[in-house]
Design a protein around this ligand. Structure first.
Ligand code: MV4
Length: 457
């Protein structure tokens, strides 16, 4: 089995740059695609070739399946890496690649479809012995049936959309009196957002931690887990800071959550890189939440603590090469933290696109910056506001925190507002330094939760 000669990257920004880097190190030629407003973007400049696939609107460019497949065909690309967001979890795209004789770098269309059906995935896990939060067995079909489940499991409950994930179409009902209202609110939101109003129910876990496990699986059915990431520092369902390992993870905890993740991946016949998300309650009970069938934004923290290049693994797996490591050879060393730098007003978290008039990136020992930004570049308003990921590694958590603070101080971005000041604040908060936080951590220090926004990872 041989690696690909040429890969098309169906994405933009920092993740397109990240994938181009892995390809270059493996001797693989790269093709970038871009929209009209991305002609001067870094990914377009770094790739060996680049093809315009349409106008600014992502529906007509980065999500335009016929246009992207044509770009792959005219450039003789053997495979397509979808990155995250856009077409990365679209089963029709994975199928269309297969039909066109192009390798989709990711799991099968069937796995993507099952991962995208949250109620079905939950039911599958329950049947396979992966613990799930008490709740409905699959979707609930009527409000009456849902109320019956709610009364059985006890309030508060959370109503979630089968087609959801990442916060949309999700409502908490604290008691029976508000159940009906919350149920129909969730249904309406799900219908609007996904064109599918199917819902399922879970017991609402207050003070949960969001802990996820990176997994990689090859075409022979070998599956490894690469340890956990703690993604509890989030706001309005957008992750802002991630770290590995989790401050609550002992060796025993890691072994347990890792085994659940591998079991979950096996249930989905998982191939390529993926992430199993879990809810961890204050007593450290672990429950399956959902499976993400793509490379995630926060993959670098896992790369830092394991020394494994996840994108290179994806490329090798997609080419049919077997995993070279055994689970016992995966070692977690030191501590890594990632801060997502968004082009946003740090107080109100509203997008702030525009021209970067001056840029100085941090560096030095244990510092990594994944970005497509450069001096004078323009951040378009049409896409995600993530402009850089600042990732650090230290021998332990306190060194990682000190390093992150130092790197945030070195980071200069002029011309647009960013979330750097927000990160500086959080890194100085005693609860963060102690590692004592959960998903409500930021809600407590800021305005109440508003409408959920689309999550790309
Ligand atoms: C939950 C939960 C409590 N119990 N599920 C899932 C996606 C993530 N973005 C938020 N999710 C949650 N799922 C159960 N069974 C709490 C959250 C959650 C949350 C829910 C509603 C409003 C704000 C939230 C903030 C963090 C976590």
């Amino acid at each position: 089995m041989k690696l690909f000669k040429k890969v098309l990257i169906a994405n933009r920004g920092e993740i397109a740059v990240r994938i181009i880097r892995a390809c270059k190190e493996l001797g693989i030629k790269t093709v970038a695609i871009y929209s009209d407003v991305d002609k001067e973007s870094l990914h377009t400049k770094l790739a060996d070739e680049s093809v315009c696939v349409g106008p600014a609107s992502s529906a007509q460019s980065y999500n335009n399946i016929p246009s992207i497949l044509t770009a792959a065909e005219i450039t003789d690309s053997e495979a397509i890496h979808p990155g995250y967001g856009f077409l990365s979890e679209n089963p029709h795209f994975a199928e269309a690649c297969l039909t066109s004789g192009i390798v989709f770098i990711g799991p099968s269309a069937d796995t993507i479809r099952l991962g995208g059906d949250k109620a079905k995935a939950r039911q599958t896990m329950k049947r396979r012995g992966v613990p799930v939060v008490p709740g409905s067995d699959g979707p609930v079909v009527t409000e009456e049936a849902a109320l019956k489940v709610a009364k059985r499991i006890g309030f508060p409950v959370i109503v979630k959309a089968s087609a959801g994930g990442g916060g949309r179409g999700m409502r908490v009902a604290k008691d029976e009196a508000e159940f009906e209202k919350q149920y129909y609110m969730a249904q309406r939101e799900a219908l609007t957002a996904f064109g599918n109003g199917e819902l399922y129910l879970e017991k609402y876990i207050t003070e949960m931690r969001h802990i996820e496990v990176q997994i990689i699986g090859d075409t022979k059915g070998n599956i490894l887990h690469l340890g956990e990431r703690d993604c509890s520092i989030q706001r309005r369902h957008q992750k802002l800071i991630e770290e590995a390992p989790s401050t609550i993870a002992t060796e025993k905890f890691r072994k347990k959550i890792g085994e659940y993740a591998v079991k979950a991946a096996r249930a989905l016949k998982y191939r390529n890189a993926g992430t199993v998300e879990f809810i961890v309650d204050p007593d450290n009970n672990i429950y399956f939440m959902e499976m993400n069938t793509r490379l995630q934004v926060e993959h670098p923290v896992t790369e830092y603590v394991t020394g494994i290049d996840i994108v290179k693994e994806q490329l090798k797996i997609a080419a049919g090469l077997p995993l070279e490591l055994k689970q016992t050879q995966v070692k977690i060393s030191g501590h890594s933290i990632e801060c997502r730098i968004n082009a946003e007003d740090p107080d109100r978290f509203i997008p702030c696109p525009g021209k970067i008039t001056f840029l100085a990136l941090p560096g030095g020992p244990g510092v990594r910056v994944d970005t497509a930004a450069y001096n004078g570049c323009v951040i378009p308003s049409h896409y995600d506001s993530l402009i850089a990921k600042l990732i650090v590694h230290g021998r332990d958590r306190s060194e990682a925190i000190a390093r992150m603070k130092r790197a945030l101080d070195e980071f200069i971005i002029e011309g647009i507002k960013t979330t750097i000041p927000f990160h500086k604040k959080v890194l100085n908060m005693p609860a963060f330094v102690k590692g004592d936080f959960n998903t409500s951590f930021l809600e407590k220090m800021s305005a109440p939760v508003q409408n959920a926004v689309k999550e790309t990872s």
